[in-house]
Design a protein. Structure first.
Length: 455
């Protein structure tokens, strides 16, 4: 696309003036939008307010945009902003409201569910509109209180655009406007706190990020930022943000104290807290404390990630053997006394470190969940297909019991795998398959899936 544009430009630059004018006139006659753009761009002295308003309002969308529509929309936005830029320096008071309207339109469509990579072009035009608005505000400052309220209201619904923050407008707003901006966000947060539903949660998150950006970009006070995060510690990420803030400020002891508090108080999400705590310990040379934090976290949440992180921390102090022994002792105690599925962590970790025989033995002694058994069977099947067969058969029964399309497709896929297991184990798959078909012969959809799988 870039090469095509370059080739076109080169061709146009080689045309005679009269020929180029004829082409532009023909384009203007065929395309009303192109004609309006040409008229506006060639009359940069006196802008036509009605024409400029129509150009900007042409960006208004109320529905989710397809990829193709989004590309066209971004091109239209680029054209509109280029036109506004043409008049901005000479007529800032007239153009400023149009930049505001453009930003409202550009941030209005539903972008939920679209990955950040799909918003690159949109963010570019939003950033351009922000730059244009900042420039016109500096040339002809708006009422700071009124502008602050407008800015907060639009930003709350445009959290996918990090470039559209309060920072660039701080100078324009001044002390009075910034105070009004913060108050407006506080009022919006209070209203959102009493609302319910997923939309209300997204709105609260957007307001939180805007208030956070204000404290980072404008206030620039570490204690104020920590106080802000600490106001609501219901989310584990707040401990992480406090730790990151204090760490960046060189206040590592305070960061450690907050992260230790998070490890003790957070009901979930401790992995990220522990990761940061260990990083700060390592940076300050407290490697034994880092290993102890990993062991404590593994004891509370014994899974593969925490096990590997424990050994990683132990390696730094030459204590891998000790850490592994401590971990396995804890896992076996949990398997003995942890109740139903208490052995799952032990079995899963043994499978993860490729100790399949030991995992199989643990499952026989302590038992484990069906999900864990199937994980073990998939790994056991390579060298012991006969051991895996009963567990696969149970999974077939479970899949059929769901009595839906997905369940039947899963059952057919498992039966194909069972056929291979029976062949390698030297057992009769046909007898088993006949039993399955006879038992479920009235399930037409299942029989169709089996036929599709050539069973």
């Amino acid at each position: 696309m870039a090469q095509d544009s370059a080739d076109l430009r080169a061709s146009l630059e080689g045309l005679e003036k009269a020929t180029l004018i004829d082409l532009l006139m023909e384009l203007a006659e065929r395309d009303q939008t192109a004609g309006r753009l040409l008229s506006l761009r060639t009359n940069a002295v006196d802008p036509d307010p009605a024409a400029l308003s129509a150009l900007v309002d042409g960006l208004k969308r109320t529905r989710r945009l397809s990829d193709v529509a989004l590309t066209k929309w971004c091109r239209a936005a680029d054209d509109a902003l280029r036109t506004l830029d043409t008049f901005a320096a000479g007529h800032p008071a007239a153009i400023r409201p149009l930049y505001q309207r453009a930003l409202r339109h550009l941030t209005a469509p539903d972008f939920d569910g679209r990955p950040d990579s799909g918003l690159v072009a949109v963010r570019e035009v939003v950033d351009r509109a922000v730059d244009g608005l900042v420039a016109t505000c500096r040339a002809t400052p708006p009422d700071p209180v009124e502008f602050a309220r407008w800015l907060a209201d639009v930003q709350v619904r445009s959290s996918r655009f990090p470039g559209f923050s309060v920072g660039p407008f701080a100078e324009v707003l001044g002390a009075e406007g910034l105070a009004s901006y913060w108050q407006r966000l506080s009022d919006l947060e209070e209203n959102a706190s009493s609302a319910a539903g997923p939309g209300a949660w997204l709105r609260r998150r957007a307001i939180f990020r805007l208030r956070e950006a204000y404290l980072i970009d404008v206030v620039k006070n570490v204690d104020r930022l920590v106080e802000f995060y600490a106001d609501d510690l219901s989310l584990p990420e707040r401990y992480v943000r406090i730790g990151e803030t204090l760490r960046a400020a060189g206040r590592c002891d305070e960061a450690i104290a907050w992260l230790q508090r998070g490890m003790a108080e957070a009901p979930w999400g401790r992995k990220s807290i522990c990761d940061l705590l260990v990083a700060v310990y390592a940076e300050t040379g407290r490697l034994k404390e880092a290993a102890r934090a990993r062991l404590d976290n593994f004891t509370r949440d014994p899974d593969e990630y925490n096990y590997r992180k424990l050994l990683e921390a132990a390696e730094a102090i030459d204590a891998v053997t000790f850490a592994r022994a401590q971990a396995m002792t804890m896992l076996r105690e949990r398997a003995k006394h942890g109740g139903a599925n208490g052995a799952d962590p032990l079995v899963r970790i043994l499978v993860a470190i490729d100790e399949i025989d030991e995992a199989w033995a643990a499952a026989q002694v302590f038992g484990c969940s069906d999900e864990c058994k199937f994980l073990l069977a998939r790994n056991r099947a390579k060298h012991h297909p006969g051991d895996a067969i009963p567990i696969y058969a149970q999974e077939v029964d479970n899949a059929i019991a769901r009595m839906d399309r997905e369940g039947y497709e899963t059952a057919a896929r498992l039966l194909v795998q069972l056929r291979d297991l029976h062949q390698r184990a030297g057992s009769d798959f046909g007898v088993y398959l006949d039993h399955v078909k006879s038992t479920h012969r009235r399930k037409g959809a299942l029989m169709e899936r089996l036929a599709d799988a050539r069973l």
